[in-house]
Write a protein that binds this ligand. Structure first.
Ligand SMILES: [Zn+2]
Length: 343
């Protein structure tokens, strides 16, 4: 798919729409497997919702309430265990829930892991291997920060986008966008190399108006991952560079899928069978490559509840953040949370 077509398609599934209330919520039934998707769990939600894509953050207090609700209403199992129910090997008596986290942020260890431990709940974390154990931040976080700075400080981005290699037509359309999330979303959905050039050029354009990326964007270290791997947390693939798979050339897709799996298995000392498509984007080729690489189970960001017979390499998830379980008063709502979880 061309970049232009993809940019247009993006309006359907953007960060902005990820958490917006939908009128129809899937309902949990006996035999259903609800897979929940989180990104970051934070101590200071007001700061995080300002400094990061708000759809990626939930407060520790709200996460704790979600855990309580999940434990009460479901059998919470690991993704690997859920696989045996989804392929019909084992029968379920109660609805199952699986807790997943994308991207491997450091705050998973600091905020989420102690709560999961306290409740005795398993979880799976999907890791973009190139960013683990280093000091690099993920492209979506860097782009959000740069776009926010550019819009707040009235720094035009047209020239940066042209110099990065975008067409005049697309650059002109994007340069007039004043919504931080919408522009972030469009710039994240680019092939990896082009996306890196966009980041570099916007940093250059900001000049002395550039402000350092928030340290809260940090990801986990391998040491910490190995520690958690012995204590109920499993880890899955998420490519090496957090690429939008359908936008990458065949060779890049292969490296991203195969090499990252090898890295994960070498670092963990165990086989890795689960995968999350970065940004939920997949195509038939990506799915086939996962199967060839030995992945047994893969999750998207499509809002659906899974059941026996669901395609194990295209499972749906329910994405949750702070905003998704707020009531009309602006604070956590038990009834909204129950609705979101299909209870
Ligand atoms: Zn991700």
């Amino acid at each position: 798919m061309t970049t232009t077509k993809l940019l247009i398609k993006r309006s359907i599934k953007s960060f902005a729409s990820l958490t917006k209330s939908k009128t129809v919520f899937p309902k949990t039934e006996p035999g259903s497997v609800n897979i929940i998707a989180y990104h970051r769990v934070v101590a200071d939600i007001a700061k995080a919702e300002k400094d990061a894509i708000y759809g990626l953050v939930v407060s520790s207090a709200t996460f704790r309430r979600h855990c309580e609700l999940l434990r009460k209403s479901f059998d919470v199992v690991s993704l690997e265990t859920a696989r045996f129910f989804l392929d019909g090997e084992r029968k379920v008596s109660r609805p199952l829930a699986v807790i997943t986290f994308d991207d491997g942020y450091l705050d998973f260890y600091e905020e989420a892991f102690p709560i999961l431990n306290e409740y005795g709940l398993p979880a799976t974390v999907f890791l973009p291997t190139e960013f683990i154990g280093g000091d690099k931040f993920l492209a979506h976080d860097r782009i959000y920060w740069l776009v926010k700075l550019a819009i707040e400080k009235s720094v035009p981005v047209y020239k940066a986008l042209i110099q990065a290699g975008l067409s005049k037509n697309i650059a002109a359309k994007l340069a007039v966008e004043t919504d931080v999330l919408k522009l972030t979303d469009s710039l994240v959905y680019l092939p990896k190399d082009l996306r890196e050039r966009v980041i570099f050029q916007i940093e250059v354009s900001l000049g002395d108006k550039f402000e350092s990326y928030p340290p809260e964007y940090r990801l986990l270290s391998w040491e910490t991952i190995r520690e958690m791997s012995k204590k109920g947390i499993s880890f899955g693939g998420h490519t090496a560079n957090h690429v939008v798979l359908p936008l990458e050339a065949q060779a890049s897709m292969e490296t991203e899928i195969h090499e990252s799996k090898k890295t994960l298995e070498a670092q963990l000392g165990k086989s890795v069978v689960s995968f999350a498509y970065p940004n939920g984007e997949y195509n038939l080729r990506a799915k086939q490559m996962l199967a060839e690489a030995g992945y047994k189970i893969a999750v998207t960001t499509e809002t659906k509840i899974n059941r026996t017979g669901s395609d194990l390499l295209l499972l749906g998830r329910i994405s949750l953040c702070e905003e998704s379980t707020r009531g009309f008063k602006g604070s956590y709502s038990h009834s909204v949370a129950s609705l979101r979880l299909g209870i």
